[in-house]
Design a protein around this ligand. Structure first.
Ligand SMILES: [Zn+2]
Length: 390
């Protein structure tokens, strides 16, 4: 018999989305998690559901791994000075997102650009989001923006101190290929993931990064390949897809036409596994609590992608590209979920058909580390059916 600190049983699930392109929908109607990790997925009659600490009746709705936003710009807590907005992370949780990944804390007023200062801020940002999860949301932050003058030792110090991300290359003084390449290699040597600002300037102070710089820098993620907002010319986007194997990040705050071009090119290359999603918020265009759901519905409907595949872009693909312990419906992964159903009065015979026609699902519940974090979303259209805590 299993003994546990905290056993969660979710039963009467209508559909289980896996986050896996190779099998986006799993058989089963029940998921069990123990101490915040998925311990079993299948049919209730076959699973050990004895002695649960909490039971959720999914009431026939769909469950997916919690959505991941691969590109955000947090500053501190659940506040962003960029649009003077409070509780934007809580609002994002109401959009089904359970993990956020910083592409640089660039909106900090007075952000230090000297090397000791930028290192100090990156370490502090990593700590303050590790120590405080707004509404339970996981914020992977502490993403320094590289500046001229940094040496290999700086990257070693950052990594030793727990900083495992680089902010967007190109948002600081380093905008040339050779310097970016050297620093990205140092970051990689010490286990830090990197991303880059692709395209024209976002706001006054940022600059153009074209395909030659992106390819030479060779970051792990081609950050907002569809621009943030100004996209590169079509031939450059196609070239980036064809010339390397790095992750292709499509963002909400980018150019929608360039997003579809990226999607179509990746599909022609049979490399949909490279597509990951972000919002690039908070930014000049604000905060998008439903941004990842909107990207899924947009790419599915305009890009003719089955909805269950589009959900992989915002869950399992990001998990695999970024080597996370969230985002996949698999034993051992974090029990981070979003439960959702077809929105009331939306067309289509079920949630997937509705999304394929460009509609958002209604979020009914989010769970992080096996704990319910939100119930009926205040931001999505209302769902037809709602899960219940028993
Ligand atoms: Zn950017």
């Amino acid at each position: 018999m299993e003994t546990s600190e905290n056993k969660l049983v979710i039963k009467n699930i209508g559909m289980i989305l896996s986050g896996k392109l190779e099998q986006p929908i799993l058989d089963g109607d029940c998921i069990v998690s123990i101490d915040g990790k998925i311990s079993a997925i299948g049919y209730e009659k076959d699973l050990n559901t004895d002695q649960p600490d909490q039971v959720i009746n999914a009431n026939g709705v769909t469950i997916s791994p919690g959505l991941i936003d691969s590109h955000i710009h947090p500053v501190v807590g659940d506040y962003t000075p960029r649009q003077q907005q409070l509780h934007w992370i809580d609002s994002t949780l109401n959009g089904g997102v359970t993990t956020l990944i910083s592409a640089g804390e660039v909106h900090m007023p007075g952000r230090p650009k000297d090397i000791v200062g930028l290192k100090a801020m990156a370490i502090a940002a990593q700590r303050w989001y590790e120590n405080f999860r707004p509404s339970g949301v996981k914020v992977l932050a502490g993403a320094p923006v590289i500046e001229h003058g940094m040496e290999e030792e700086d990257f070693k110090q950052l990594s030793d101190a727990g900083v495992k991300l680089l902010g967007e290359v190109g948002l600081g003084s380093v905008k040339d290929g050779p310097t970016a390449k050297k620093m990205v290699q140092w970051a990689r040597k010490y286990g830090m993931q990197s991303t880059i600002h692709t395209g024209g300037p976002s706001i006054p102070g940022s600059g153009l990064i074209d395909k030659d710089v992106v390819l030479e820098a060779d970051t792990d993620v081609i950050g907002h390949i569809n621009g943030g907002h100004s996209a590169l010319p079509d031939d450059q986007i196609v070239c980036l897809c064809e010339s390397c194997q790095r992750s292709l990040e499509i963002v909400h705050n980018g150019n929608e036409r360039a997003a579809i071009l990226t999607l179509n090119t990746a599909r022609e290359l049979d490399q949909l596994d490279r597509i990951i999603l972000g919002t690039d918020g908070p930014a000049g265009s604000g905060v998008q609590p439903l941004g990842i759901l909107r990207m899924i519905a947009f790419l599915s409907s305009f890009g003719n992608i089955p909805a269950e595949v589009a959900f992989c872009f915002g869950t399992g693909n990001t998990s695999r590209n970024r080597k996370l312990d969230v985002g996949l419906m698999e034993v051992g992964y974090c029990a981070d979920f979003v439960l959702m159903d077809q929105a009331q009065h939306s067309p289509g015979n079920n949630l997937l058909a509705s999304v394929e026609q460009g509609n958002l699902p209604g979020v009914g519940m989010t769970i992080i580390d096996g704990m319910v974090r939100s119930q009926r979303s205040r931001n999505t259209p209302p769902a037809q059916k709602l899960p219940q805590i028993i």
